[in-house]
Design a protein around this ligand. Structure first.
Ligand code: ATP
Ligand code: MG
Length: 461
């Protein structure tokens, strides 16, 4: 059993998805902010160039005799009170302009780089100057030799983007634990029906096999609830059967016990030797019956608890050895035993359970067949199974009792009263465990009983 809870497991599966989603959203927001900032700043540069041209137009339109003119910083001429703040000053330093006429710089800002940096091509360009990257917009004035250049340090944009990133990051720092808590709470409340189900099962007493309430369960948990109820139903039915069986078994065991007691009392009161001998013979028979009943009960219990050891079993050889065990009793009653059929028959089964099943059927055939009758065992192929049939010339079983005789302790009124009524119940339980089928019919000679055991065939190795 692992220590982790379902809550924790679900959280660990959901949390990475939420974290990745947050990161993707942040990355998308960041990249779109960067794009927008670049667009706005580029548009600003175009505006700056146009405004500059409007301002300088009169000055530059005239003949080219003016001297090169540097435009001073505006904050130089202001006293400290009016001076722009440091940040604004930095922003101002991050801009420059140059106005060219006939290939010569005519007017330029104090921040501009001089003629060591050649004029840039028309439109936007990026250049590196003194460890700084600049974004330049070059505007050639049509039909003149005038070119206006405005520029801006790219660091300005990068600082802004970094600020946006930081502003995005801090709310996320607070948001992530909040999302984590909400997810945890959501999972917890979503799993509450399962906890309710566990509580319902845990709090009940061991002998309470009543169904659990499934009406409050969400739709996807309904199959689980129904399966549990189905299992509880099966459990309660089989417990009921077990209870009835143990009651019957106790009753059956008490019968020979009462017989023994009665016979012992009779023995004590017997006058003659002949009487005593007869009573002792009855006592032995009674004890044999009790022993047989206990053996059958133990066999029945073994069928359900015996660990299956499936392996290829040669059906013909097994049937022959089991028939041989009945040789003595059959000959004492002049019953003719025979075995016929395919001696290559190979079935996949647990040999000891299979022997138990076959010997119970043969035992019935021999037991219920009158003196001078016959019991015939045949083995034949039937589609993908091997069919072992045991036919006898006894009284047979009426068709309407074919189902009932497989019940525990069910016996028909026959002349033969030696039996525990468990043989066919054992056969039916073994058949269920070995995936075999049992059916009862009438033999081809028209009387008696034919028991067919269909066993799964396996190929010859
Ligand atoms: P056990 O086999 O436990 O010693 P049993 O033979 O009485 O006792 P089953 O083998 O379960 O019990 O058989 C149930 C009943 O079916 C028998 O009591 C008998 O009446 C009837 N029966 C079974 N096999 C035959 C058969 N070959 N011919 C006639 N009746 C049979
Ligand atoms: Mg029997």
């Amino acid at each position: 059993m692992s220590d982790s809870t379902l809550n924790g497991k679900l959280f660990l599966r959901i949390a990475p998805t939420v974290a990745v989603t947050i990161l993707i959203v942040a990355a998308l927001a960041f990249s779109s902010a960067t794009r927008e900032i670049n667009n706005i700043y580029d548009a600003q540069l175009i505006d700056d160039a146009n405004v500059l041209w409007t301002l300088l137009q009169r000055k530059l339109d005239g003949p080219l005799q003016i001297a090169q003119q540097r435009v001073p910083d505006i904050d130089f001429s202001m006293d400290d009170q009016l001076a722009l703040n440091q940040d604004a000053d930095d922003y101002a330093d991050a801009h420059m302009f140059r106005a060219w006429k006939a290939g010569r710089i005519v007017v330029y800002s104090s921040t501009a780089f001089l003629s060591e940096v050649p004029r840039q091509n028309a439109g936007f360009s990026t250049l590196e100057h003194g460890k700084e990257e600049w974004r330049i917009y070059t505007l050639p004035i049509p039909n003149t030799e005038i070119v206006i250049e405005v520029g801006e340090k790219l660091a300005l944009r990068k600082t802004l983007v970094a600020n946006i990133l930081l502003n995005l990051f801090f709310p996320l720092l607070i948001l992530v634990p909040i999302i984590g808590c909400l997810t945890w709470l959501g999972i917890s409340s979503g799993l509450s029906p399962i906890r309710g189900l566990v509580r319902q099962i845990r709090t009940r007493s061991p002998d309470d096999l009543s169904t659990i309430r499934v009406s409050e369960l969400p739709r996807d948990l309904l199959p689980l609830g129904r399966s549990i109820n189905h299992l509880l139903g099966k459990l309660s039915r089989s417990l009921e059967l077990e209870r009835r069986f143990s009651d019957l078994a106790a009753h059956q065991l008490r019968t020979p016990q009462a017989g023994v007691k009665l016979l012992l009392q009779m023995l004590a009161a017997a006058d003659t030797e002949a009487e005593r001998r007869a009573i002792i013979a009855d006592l032995v028979a009674c004890s044999d019956r009790a022993t047989h009943l206990i053996e059958q009960l133990l066999r029945l219990a073994r069928v359900s608890h015996h660990p299956l050891e499936l392996k290829p079993v040669r059906l013909y050889e097994l049937a022959a050895s089991l028939l041989a065990d009945f040789g003595k009793i059959a000959s004492s009653r002049r019953i003719q035993l025979s075995l016929a059929g395919d001696d290559r028959a190979l079935v996949g089964a647990d040999e000891s359970l299979l022997s138990l099943m076959i010997s119970n059927v043969i035992d019935n055939a021999v037991k219920y067949t009158p003196v001078g009758g016959r019991v015939e065992v045949t083995i034949a192929r039937e589609r993908d199974c091997w069919c072992l049939s045991v036919c006898d010339s006894g009284p047979g079983i009426p068709t309407d009792k074919h189902e009932a005789v497989f019940q525990r302790f069910y016996r028909l009124d026959t002349l033969q009263n030696e039996g525990a009524g468990l043989g066919l119940a054992i056969v039916s339980d073994v058949a269920a465990r070995l995936s075999a089928t049992v059916s009862l019919t009438t033999p081809r000679w028209g009387e008696g009983l034919k028991a067919d055991l269909l066993l799964p065939h396996i190929e010859n190795a």
